[in-house]
Design a protein around this ligand. Structure first.
Ligand code: HEM
Length: 515
């Protein structure tokens, strides 16, 4: 009887105690609770859907709070598992050490094929290598010098400055500066890619250019929608039925391709007249080197426009927003761009001038750390693999490195990572015992992945910096860009194919005195 009683007491105390200890243990070993729950069939689809409007921020919050800066996202049946990482060692492994194992992959290329075809952004293996090799000539020093002098500077003096002057003349006039910068970049990239000037920034927009630019934007948006489908079968059925967004996508893509082909034909005729002597733009390079298949050449050109159109404009939009909140930084840039102007001899070129804009370079890097133009980038694993942090990757899984999250890792950038502090990238050189010129201090490209890294690092990185610095100098020497914002309301960073400021960037332009 006594023993039975003792047994019951032990049972009543021991079992709850066991579960209590187990729950403490579980709490200690269980990963953080903000990891999205995954359910059979649908995976985390509904959580993803709930966070769709802030996908980049949501995934960044999760990945920066996991111990090894890596987590897996399970989606609906038919969609491969996605492993997201902000861990620099893993990123180096994906982009360099085991580069051949991580490709664009079928999931991405199928979603983007209608729009991008086999262009460099949608290509792997030999097709990618060929395009990289031929087009890399466009990015050597000689071509870059020419790019500054012809495309960039003439667009600044002939279009950007007059448009801003006009806005400054009317105090009530608001400009969407994001739109202006996109038009600027679009004209620039068309001149490099096609040797064609669509004049998209001119105050009286020619309808042809507008139609192309609008169709291009639509094609991007609608292609991206495919990635948000509950399952890839959904958009494939819609495509087969030529229905809804797929019907619209087809119309937009047809318009873009028709326009690209018109330009290719024009260029072919021009090359014939000049007996093939033209290597001024990417299109000519491919045509001259024997690639006459119109569809393939159109693919190449479309990818280049995508690369150059929204990236620099996104970077500059956020840059000018950050400057407006950091007047001391703006003042330092103003000194730099005017010093360059006054000290440069007649012979020093615009290309040399941008090389000296070290402080501005640091500011642009810092702006892109916080607001990278390409916030996330995804690849597919060809074979099973194990990452440096022990993460097991299975063949066919998709992996994503996350530049937006990587710019917010406290262990890397410090407790003040949320602050815009260009000095992170700069040091003062010593000069006669005092503080001298600014010196740029770069970061490891696998920690700062804004331009990707490794064999597929952005081909246009140098070109982008040149373009952005010329715009900064051209604008700040003459104008102040003042955001029209509701007090306390921050602009919202959203992801299209690249990052955007939601709803545009409304500003007023104020002309500086004495210019
Ligand atoms: C601030 C501006 C820019 C940023 C942040 C940027 C960023 C990137 C990133 C992240 C990639 C890798 C994309 C991927 O593989 O999925 C990339 C690739 C590329 N970028 Fe840029 N880009 C910028 C400007 C430009 C410009 C102006 C051009 C000029 C045409 C350009 C040309 C390219 C090309 C051709 C590739 C493909 C490289 C390859 O796959 O081998 N980029 N860029």
């Amino acid at each position: 009887m006594y023993i039975n009683f003792l047994n019951s007491v032990t049972f009543c105390i021991a079992i709850p105690l066991f579960y209590f200890i187990l729950s403490i243990f579980k709490t200690l070993i269980t990963p953080p609770t903000n990891l999205p729950k995954s359910y059979p069939v649908f995976g985390s689809f509904f959580t993803i859907l709930r966070n769709k409007h802030r996908y980049v921020q949501w995934t960044a919050e999760i990945v920066t709070s996991t111990p090894n800066l890596t987590f897996s996202l399970y989606r609906t049946i038919g969609s491969p598992v996605l492993i997201i990482t902000a861990n620099a060692a893993n990123v180096r492994h994906i982009l360099k050490s085991n580069f051949s194992n991580y490709v664009k992959g079928d999931y991405f290329t199928t979603n983007m094929r209608d729009f991008l075809g086999d262009g460099i952004f949608n290509a792997d293996g030999d097709t990618w290598k060929l395009q990289r090799q031929v087009s890399s000539h466009e990015f050597n020093t000689k071509s870059l010098r020419k790019f500054v002098e012809t495309a960039v500077d003439s667009e600044i003096s002939g279009r950007l400055v007059p448009v801003m002057k006009l806005a400054a003349g009317d105090k009530t006039h608001q400009l969407d500066f994001q739109d202006i910068l996109q038009r600027f970049a679009f004209d620039n990239i068309c001149r490099i890619a096609f040797g064609y000037d669509p004049a998209y920034l001119s105050p009286s927009l020619p309808p042809e250019a507008e139609k192309f630019a609008v169709a291009f934007q639509k094609a991007i948006e609608l292609s991206r929608q495919r990635f948000a489908s509950i399952t890839p079968y959904y958009w494939k059925i819609k495509k087969a039925l030529n229905f809804g967004s797929e019907k619209q996508l087809k119309i937009a893509v047809d318009q873009v391709r028709e326009f690209a082909k018109e330009i290719i034909n024009r260029k072919k005729k021009q090359l014939l007249i000049q007996s093939g002597h033209s290597d001024e733009d990417i299109l000519s390079r491919f045509l001259v080197s024997g690639h006459s298949d119109e569809d393939f050449v159109a693919d190449i050109v479309i990818s280049f426009i995508l690369a150059g159109r929204d990236t620099t404009s996104a970077a500059l939009t956020w840059f000018f927003w950050l400057l407006s909140k950091n007047p001391k930084v703006e003042a330092e840039i103003f000194i730099e761009v005017n010093k360059d102007k006054s000290s440069s001899s007649e012979l020093s070129s615009a290309y040399d001038e941008v090389k000296d804009m070290v402080y501005t370079h640091g500011c642009l890097c810092e702006a892109m750390r916080l607001y990278p133009p390409v916030p996330v980038d995804t690849k597919a694993a060809l074979n099973d693999d194990v990452w440096p942090d022990g993460t097991v990757v299975k063949k066919g899984m998709r992996v994503c490195y996350h530049p937006y999250a990587m710019g917010r890792v406290e262990e890397v950038w410090g407790g003040d990572w949320a602050e815009f502090r260009p000095e992170r990238w700069l040091e003062r050189e010593e000069e006669g015992g005092g503080a001298g010129k600014w010196k740029f201090v770069g970061r490891d490209s696998y920690t700062y992945t804004v331009f990707q890294a490794g064999p597929r690092i952005c081909l246009g990185k140098e070109m982008a910096f040149i373009q952005m610095k010329r715009v900064v100098a051209g604008v700040l020497r003459r104008f102040r860009v003042v955001p029209v914002v509701v007090e306390g309301v921050e602009p919202v960073y959203v992801m299209d194919f690249t990052a955007k400021m939601k709803g545009g960037f409304p500003v007023k332009i104020i002309e500086r005195e004495g210019v």
